[in-house]
Write a protein that binds this ligand. Structure first.
Ligand code: FAD
Length: 305
């Protein structure tokens, strides 16, 4: 069931759909930023966006705060991205939303000229009650609500299975349902072993998931933190990566060098294997993006023979 919206809000939509960017047969690199918390200054994020935009990413995605605090700033930050001449992908979560709140978010996005939305459930609060009528239980419900409104829609996928799902096959079945509801593309959770991604991609294609898949790559600047995150999310850390963290994890400059080199290597391998779309979890760190883009300059910008 679609959410109810006023008819006039779509007039401002720009023609920068991510599905069209991904349809071009060439390597694409996108970045991710997160908005400031409600009462924090915009200045550092504004500066980060300006520096990231200079790198000419294919698009920039803007996360949506889980707690209601940073949520209010996603549309404003996505507008800032577009004012720098880069298409924005606004994340939107539905786990704590009502049909009215989603309608009002969609209207704000439309008015701001944002036409790309990453449809997410969001992480379930610990005290969450079962969804009532009209609520959103899964991201697929958000896709169904937004599909009639003309946005280009993306969703999340998990090469190592979503942590709440007992089996990758059921996770892929749910993913297929979400795609069939009207997704134009998917972005993966971060992974550190490309072979896991290649196997997953082949499984998705076998199971009839045919939309473009954007590979999510996390350049790691804080080794100890990522070990903790990966332990919680079940993300596999190859021994080559663990050795880097063991050796350089306590020296931020050394860890950054190694993290950028590791991410660059993953991206080069993806491009070499015909994966054209890579999303870099830049986490408001333009220096990381600059270093990666410098490493990829020839690959991204030299003419194809
Ligand atoms: P869903 O697609 O709803 O899946 C969640 C779980 O439910 C899975 O286990 C799935 O198998 C299962 N499921 C799905 N449909 C059904 C069904 N019909 N019946 C039974 N089970 C089902 N979080 C934020 O708060 N803000 C962000 O900006 C943000 N950005 C993200 C960007 C990316 C690229 C990724 C990968 C994740 C992001 N997240 C973000 C985290 C995300 O919200 C969590 O991983 C969340 O737990 C799942 O969201 P989802 O949209 O994948 O959920």
């Amino acid at each position: 069931m679609a959410v109810e919206l006023r008819n006039d809000f779509l007039y401002n939509i720009l023609r920068m759909k991510i599905k069209d960017i991904l349809a071009a047969d060439k390597p694409s690199v996108s970045f991710e930023i997160f908005p400031p918390r409600k009462d924090a200054s915009f200045a550092p994020v504004r500066d980060a966006i300006a520096r990231l935009a200079v790198q000419k990413p294919s698009f920039m995605s803007v996360t949506y705060g889980a707690s209601g605090n940073a949520q209010a700033n996603t549309v404003a930050i996505a507008s800032l991205v577009q004012s720098c001449g880069v298409s924005a992908l606004a994340h939107l979560t539905c786990v704590a939303a009502t049909r009215e709140s989603i309608a009002s978010e969609a209207e704000a996005l439309g008015r701001a000229g944002i036409e790309n939305v990453l449809c997410l459930r969001g992480d379930m609060p610990k005290d969450r009650q079962p969804a009532g009528p009209g609520d959103f239980s899964h991201a697929v419900d958000l896709v169904r609500a937004l599909r009639p409104l003309g946005f280009c829609l993306g969703g999340a996928c998990y090469p190592e299975c979503h942590p709440e799902c007992p089996h990758i096959e059921s996770d892929i079945r749910h993913l297929r349902e979400k795609v069939d509801a009207g997704l134009d593309f998917l972005t993966t959770q971060m992974f550190f072993d490309n072979n896991i991604f290649y196997r997953y991609l082949s499984k998705l294609r076998d199971r009839g998931v045919t939309v473009p898949i954007v590979a999510g790559i996390m350049p790691v600047a804080n080794g100890k933190q990522i070990e903790r995150i990966c332990r919680l999310s079940g993300t596999y850390l190859p021994s080559r990566f663990k050795a880097i963290v063991d050796r350089f994890g306590d020296r931020p400059d050394a860890m950054l060098d190694a993290g950028v080199a590791y991410a660059t290597e993953q991206i080069v391998d993806l491009f070499a294997n015909g994966i054209n779309a890579v999303h870099v979890y830049t986490m408001n760190k333009p220096d990381v993006a600059e270093r990666i883009m410098r490493n990829l300059k020839g690959i991204l910008h030299s003419p194809v023979a």
